[in-house]
Design a protein around this ligand. Structure first.
Ligand code: GDG
Length: 502
């Protein structure tokens, strides 16, 4: 059945669990997160489709059905699973996306690895996503493509289906032309993106960077420019942008540029945070801590998340503040996503080495300054730690948004707790009332955590109140509502584009 909304996202919209030798499809354990929100869009269309990949040893004859139909609480939709060989997955995802694009998107030119990229494979995989989307889309459907590993889908899809409206959302930062243009495929990527009707980003800076990149490579006219709202301007923070182009004309088409900062499910988190079991769990964590204060740091193991730099800062703080010995503990949750990638294995080793060094230098039988956790913690337990913590210390070197910072704030219905946040997390433009730190400066990092530890209760509560308002204002429901409005507005651009092309 043709679909009015086709979501193209590399992951499947459920978890596959093996039960007695058979694969069962289960809802993602936690309703918090991006996948349930995307699925909720299916509730507003008659039929939806989701395109993802699934590894197959022999993609020409996969041992699974390629298209399955699902009807659940979210609506009725089909899921196309593109069979990719292990080699295709490695080349497309681990090499091209993670070794070449990821470092450039996050501003790490020195980590960029161009040589092993198999560009024809990247094109082929993107082409197959586009073909699958084209096969599922009803006439004039909205096709919503997510993230940089599917950059070429937009251009291919436009060739296959000139009638559809294409929206693209970036979950990562988007760098300036000086950084982005390191990619030798830059023009091909941008030529694809300008075939969209709307290209979306978390914050104005990334959107403005995208436009500067497009202007460096193609003839682009800015036909609308808008001021950024006050709720996304925090004086002096690194990612604040005051105005941005929101409508472009390029190659005879109109392309809207949108800013939609993703949020968290505030209602669900608040409900978890007031659950008696969670409160008991948080209470027992606090009891175990005794007089010690808890600093919590949570993130995937990735050099962009700044885990090593944070541990180094903690080491300096302990070295320079003997009065903190025995009185503060850092729980550093760093979950490895890709164990088979050498770059992540290296970071994991560096984090383990730093934690071990700090515990060895300062720890005693009674007091271990760092508790390093490398396995995923169930979400409800994570909420209990957010509740029990005195400080959330979130200091990525670069991060599209950072949902951990928002989750911590959404959890704190007690109104207390301090957020120390990197000014290079997209979330910082909405959360300027956090203690803002620059992770590239030892002094800024160390002072921020010392300030947070010494902050009087009144100030903690004042800051938390402002943060909670900001997080509630742009929660995941607001994100969904904004995007639904944008999809309605797409009709205008798309129709003008179709007329212009005819
Ligand atoms: C990308 C962008 C952007 C982490 N450890 C555990 C755990 N988590 C959950 C957190 C949070 C999620 O993982 C991490 O989200 P982030 O936003 O912080 O980071 P990325 O994974 O890098 O996501 C990012 C995001 O896309 C959305 O657009 O914000 O900038 O890089 O929800 O809670 N969850 C559980 N146990 C853990 O140990 N259950």
């Amino acid at each position: 059945m043709p679909s009015d909304l086709v979501i193209v996202y590399h992951r499947q919209p459920y978890e596959e669990v093996e039960v007695d030798g058979r694969i069962e499809l289960r809802e993602n354990k936690s309703p918090n997160g991006i996948v349930p929100t995307l699925k909720s869009f299916f509730g507003s269309v008659e039929h939806g489709a989701w395109i993802a990949w699934k590894q197959a040893n022999d993609p020409s004859s996969p041992d699974f059905e390629q298209v399955i139909d699902i009807t659940d609480d979210y609506g009725s939709y089909s899921v196309s699973r593109l069979p990719l060989s292990p080699k295709q997955v490695r080349e497309f995802y681990h090499v091209t996306s993670k070794e070449a694009f990821w470092p450039i998107l996050h501003g790490f030119r020195e980590r960029y690895n161009y040589d092993p990229v198999d560009w024809p494979n990247f094109r082929e995989v993107n082409w197959r996503f586009a073909e699958a989307a084209a096969a599922e889309a009803a006439e004039n459907a909205v096709v919503w493509v997510h993230d940089y590993n599917l950059w070429l889908v937009a251009g291919y899809l436009r060739k296959l289906r000139p009638d559809v409206r294409i929206a693209f959302f970036h979950h990562t930062p988007f760098p300036s032309a000086d950084m982005f243009n390191v990619l030798p495929w830059r023009k091909e990527i941008v030529e694809s993106l300008v075939q969209c009707d709307v290209v979306g980003f978390h914050i104005p800076r990334y959107a403005a960077n995208f436009v500067s990149v497009a202007r460096s490579l193609l003839d682009v006219d800015v036909i609308r420019r808008e001021q950024v709202g006050n709720d996304m301007i925090f004086e002096g923070t690194a990612l604040t942008e005051r105005s941005l182009p929101t409508l472009l004309r390029c190659e005879g088409r109109e392309v809207a540029v949108s800013v939609a900062p993703v949020g968290v499910d505030v209602d669900y988190i608040a409900q978890c945070a007031s659950d008696p079991d969670t409160l008991r769990r948080a209470g027992s964590i606090r009891t175990d801590l005794g007089e010690s204060r808890l600093i919590l740091s949570v993130g995937r193991t990735d050099y962009t998340k700044g885990g090593v730099e944070q541990l180094d800062s903690f080491e300096r703080v302990l070295e320079n503040n003997r009065d903190l010995h025995g009185k503060v503990r850092l729980m550093h949750v760093s979950v490895t996503a890709n164990r088979n990638m050498s770059v992540y294995a290296q970071i994991q080793n560096d984090i383990e080495a730093a934690a071990g060094r700090i515990n060895g230098r300062f720890g005693t039988l009674e007091w271990q300054p760092v508790a390093l956790i490398t396995r995923p913690i169930p979400f409800t337990d994570l909420i209990a730690y957010y509740l029990a913590a005195d400080i959330a210390w979130i200091t990525p070197l670069a991060d599209g948004m950072n949902l951990v910072a928002k989750e911590f704030v959404a959890t704190r219905n007690d109104g207390d707790g301090v957020l120390v946040l990197s000014e290079f997390a997209g979330a910082a433009v909405e959360m300027g009332s956090a203690v803002i730190a620059n992770p590239f400066s030892y002094r800024s990092m160390d002072e921020a955590i010392v300030t947070a530890l010494g902050m009087p209760e009144k100030e903690r509560r004042q800051r938390m109140e402002i943060l909670r308002r900001a997080v509630a204002r742009r929660d995941i429901k607001a994100w969904g509502a904004q995007l639904k409005d944008e999809f309605k507005a797409l009709r205008g651009y798309a129709e003008r584009n179709i007329t212009n092309a005819a």
